[in-house]
Write a protein that binds this ligand. Sequence first.
Ligand SMILES: Nc1ncnc2c1ncn2[C@@H]1O[C@H](COP(=O)(O)OP(=O)(O)O)[C@@H](O)[C@H]1O
Ligand SMILES: O=C(OP(=O)(O)O)[C@H](O)COP(=O)(O)O
Length: 478
Amino acid sequence: MASTALTPAISVLKSTGGVATRARATASLLPISSKSISVRPLGFSAVLGSRFSLHVASKVGSVRGKGSRGVISMAKKSVGDLTSADLKGKKVFVRADLNVPLDDNQNITDDTRIRAAIPTIKYLIDNGAKVILSTHLGRPKGVTPKFSLAPLVPRLSVLLGIEVTKADDCIGPQVESLVASLPEGGVLLLENVRFYKEEEKNDPEFAKKLASLADLYVNDAFGTAHRAHASTEGVTKFLKPSVAGFLLQKELDYLVGAVSNPKRPFAAIVGGSKVSSKIGVIESLLEKCDILLLGGGMIFTFYKAQGLSVGSSLVEEDKLELATELLAKAKAKGVSLLLPTDVVVADKFAPDANSKIVPASGIEDGWMGLDIGPDSIKTFNEALDTTQTVIWNGPMGVFEIEKFAAGTEAVANKLAELSEKGVTTIIGGGDSVAAVEKVGVAGVMSHISTGGGASLELLEGKVLPGVIALDEAIPVTV
Ligand SMILES: Nc1ncnc2c1ncn2[C@@H]1O[C@H](COP(=O)(O)OP(=O)(O)O)[C@@H](O)[C@H]1O
Ligand SMILES: O=C(OP(=O)(O)O)[C@H](O)COP(=O)(O)O
């Protein structure tokens, strides 16, 4: 991380468009002094049909906690700020996260991240820009053919409706000549930027070479915004303006804006395997939410901390004290923390295991908890029925195995039902995204994050180097 001194509290204020009501409510909910906050209505986005003001609040000088927040703000400039007068004929370096999964035959098995990058690219080409598109794919060590971006070109071309050209490198003379012959509204895809070790080292000379290809910079790579790499952070030192793309904005809008200033009651559902990987998220959400539902493997550490027997369930012995502290913290903050009251236990971690439903206090030796039980699902559903905003990170059980998937699927279905009733439903990255896709309800959620690690860091309250490096918008006091 480039900076840990700043904690983001970002809201994207929309002055027109379908989500204006929520956004205005967000603005009016901000209990801040007019001295300490500034926002700027940013430019119109033809693609999203709304106006944005990206507002990043720093922890410096802030009063944290529900209902009390004084902040120093840094509004980030948006691609929607740039008009055709700014863009026509200009070479724009766009860093996207097109790190998509490929099968053994180099076919894309999930193009979500490519589709998510299209609005920004389309806006730029529609305004006459020459787009120099950059991404990483995988974690190659040097030039590695299986991590070439060639398989991405046909999909990008179809989604954009133009023929995308690909360079064999991301810097150097061949790239420079392809850039020179790029027409207005054209797109040149640079080869995998991680073929150079200098990328992940955030090498300034390498960043300078990337920057020398273009006139201005757009970062839309949310999934990589937690990396201080040459193409996400270093390049901003050499390219002005450096602005946020529409996807980046939308992620911040939901993962920080809606979470920091939620419509209440606000519930957080946190699951996954271990409490240790979610400590930061739980602590941060405890500051903001009204209800916290816990599931997944981590609950057994909480059970054990309360003196219950957990059989051979997953337990982090060194986190028992922490679990006790988190329970006490929730109580002190008036957060309604619900642990599952019953669990599905199995005699082994396998699809053909024997399984049964037992109360939380009834886990016998030789049995392990692998899902939440039906009573817990009922209680969780009743709690969720009272909410206006829900964020979910981490599955309730070992959902990859059908007989332990009911809890996770119940949460996915409940969130879909709530979403259709107008509740804001946000799915953090990682396995919860896979779960809502598996259940077939991804389309109805308010927001599904395209970044696992990045969304976790944001939910922990960290600042992402790829965001903080972008230009600030001119403040307007409100
Ligand atoms: N009770 C459990 N025991 C063991 N593993 C579990 C349990 N519940 C969930 N898991 C596992 O947790 C994994 C996801 O954990 P994690 O990586 O922390 O979540 P995420 O990817 O959503 O951030 C899944 O593979 C799931 O099988
Ligand atoms: O897939 C990504 O992250 P994710 O698996 O945390 O969602 C991003 O493309 C970042 O990749 P990285 O974790 O190799 O830097």
